[in-house]
Design a protein around this ligand. Structure first.
Ligand code: GUN
Length: 309
């Protein structure tokens, strides 16, 4: 039986509605949660992500503002902006979109953000608190993955979770979040020996490597839950015919013809759907959860720092 879909669009909408309802109560008390998003340079993908983040705030009644800085911005200039946002009471969340241009010292920027406003959960204080299992602002994408599993009542405790990828944004925090939910966790990466064999031991397999369709059916145990965190552009019609299931091919080819690419994750849908019990599509899987969790973190940050109860 082909895998069942974990519908991130649906779950993301439900979570955002919950945020909107809670935000409305805060706003009625005179507290409007506010998010500042900072983007440096003109990375096309970053612009799309930042646009969605600002739009989501507007839809939920949160204050949002976008700060666009030129690619030539220095570390000191960006630090000055972060400090000015730290100082403003009506700003509850600060998100500096990554990656930053190479001349900017990313860690210094992330450490300059007030940990109470760190809605990405990238500050060392929040990374440390997550690691200790303390209440913290946690990174949006891996937190969204947990929310998705919970929505579909997929058990985590006692399961073997294999996370492919060890980034600070997804892989490492994902492993921590799964561990705190009592999964047995293995983190894999480019140096892992016989990666497909390790992946095949997973009850829950999270692919967060950033390599187009790398995870094939050969990586998947029959019935496993496969979570695809990747977002890549596929431009080759031949590749599209090879990696997508038959039913999807026409619309995928149309996408390539119209825009020059179609979105694909780190998982090869055609072969994985035949093996997995559950899987997340791209688009419409993990992506919408990331935005929903950012909204949730902004609300949480507002309540932590200036909430009444
Ligand atoms: N770039 C890719 N993902 C993210 C994210 O979750 N937060 C930020 N700030 N930048 C990103």
């Amino acid at each position: 039986m082909p895998a069942q879909i974990l519908n991130g669009t649906l779950v993301g909408e439900a979570l955002k509605q919950d945020v909107a309802a809670r935000a409305a109560k805060l706003i009625a008390q005179g507290l409007q949660p506010g998010l500042a998003v900072v983007i440096v340079g003109d990375n096309a993908a970053s612009k799309v992500y930042v646009g969605s983040k600002v739009k989501a705030c507007q839809a939920l009644g949160l204050h949002s503002e976008k700060h666009e800085l030129p690619a030539s911005t220095t570390t000191d200039e960006l630090l000055a902006l972060v400090q000015s946002l730290n100082a403003r009471n009506e700003i509850d969340g600060i998100l500096v979109q990554l990656p930053l241009p190479p001349q900017i010292e990313t860690r210094r920027i992330l450490e300059a953000i007030d940990p109470l406003k760190d809605v990405d959960g990238f500050h060392a204080i929040n990374v440390g608190r997550l690691s200790q299992g303390e209440d913290a602002l946690t990174p949006c994408t891996p937190t969204g993955v947990i929310a998705l599993l919970d929505h579909y009542q997929i058990p985590i405790a006692g399961q073997h979770a294999v996370v492919i990828g060890r980034s600070d944004i997804v892989g490492k925090p994902q492993a921590m979040l799964l561990l705190h939910r009592h999964a047995t966790v293995t983190i894999c990466h480019s140096r892992t020996k016989d990666l497909p064999a390790v992946a095949r031991t997973a009850d829950i397999l999270v692919a967060a490597i950033g390599r187009t369709a790398m995870v094939t059916g050969d990586y998947v145990k029959e019935g496993a839950v496969v979570i695809d965190v990747g977002i890549n552009n596929l431009t080759s019609p031949d590749e599209a015919r090879r990696v997508f299931p038959d039913a999807e091919i026409p619309q995928r080819l149309e996408g390539i013809a119209k825009r020059g690419y179609t979105l694909i994750g780190d998982v090869e849908p055609r072969s994985v759907i035949e093996k997995a019990g559950w899987f997340t599509p791209v688009p419409g899987g993990v992506g919408p959860l990331t935005i929903a969790m950012l909204m949730q973190n902004t609300l949480k940050a507002a309540v932590m720092r200036r909430g009444k109860a």
